[in-house]
Design a protein around this ligand. Structure first.
Ligand code: PNS
Length: 167
């Protein structure tokens, strides 16, 4: 049987911190489904289609990485996709409380699904999609923090006057 995991998030946009976690997961699992939340509470800068397309491009030649949009409960999505592991990245102590709540709630909803936490490389431990959007919007460089396709798409949003970010 295939050893499968789900890596969920908003990915608005995907950062090198997320990529780092996916690469670490790739060493453990036969397949990783990157699950992109369709309707986050906050209005995203990138549409679901754009967020999915960027991740697909980054991992294009790799058949063990699949990218899917989802809404509804994460545990239901995992079950539908026959995965019983959810991967999450843990950056700093500040992530802990939210992650603790989420993993226990998910366990309450489906006790067969386990959450596995991994630390990204130290050089990404301060990184978030929100900070990337803020820094880029204020004219700072996000090189080395996001994949090239993301930087290109951020530039395009700015050029088209469609750039915004919320904290
Ligand atoms: O990128 P994020 O904000 O860390 O991702 C959060 C995400 C998408 C993993 C979380 O909001 C989620 O799983 N949403 C789906 C709805 C759900 O299952 N809620 C109950 C989880 S406790």
């Amino acid at each position: 049987m295939e050893n499968k995991a789900v890596y969920p998030g908003f990915f608005d946009p995907i950062t090198n911190g997320h990529v780092d976690i996916i690469l670490r997961g790739q060493r453990i699992f036969d397949k990783i489904i990157v699950a992109v939340l369709k309707n986050p509470k906050k209005r995203p800068l990138f549409s679901t289609k754009e967020r999915v397309a960027m991740i697909q491009k980054i991992f294009a030649p790799q058949s063990d990485i699949e990218v899917k949009a989802f809404d509804g409960l994460l545990v239901e999505f995992a079950k539908r996709n026959k995965a019983n592991i959810v991967i999450r990245g843990l950056r700093a102590v500040s992530d802990f409380e939210y992650e603790f709540q989420m993993s226990l709630m998910n366990r309450k909803l489906n006790s067969e699904i386990e959450t596995l936490y991994m630390m990204p490389s130290f050089r990404y431990s301060f990184l978030s999609s929100g900070l990337v959007k803020e820094v880029f919007g204020l004219g700072g460089s996000v090189k080395d923090l996001v994949p090239e396709i993301v930087e290109k798409n951020l530039r395009e949003k700015l050029k088209k006057g469609k750039y915004f970010y919320t904290n």
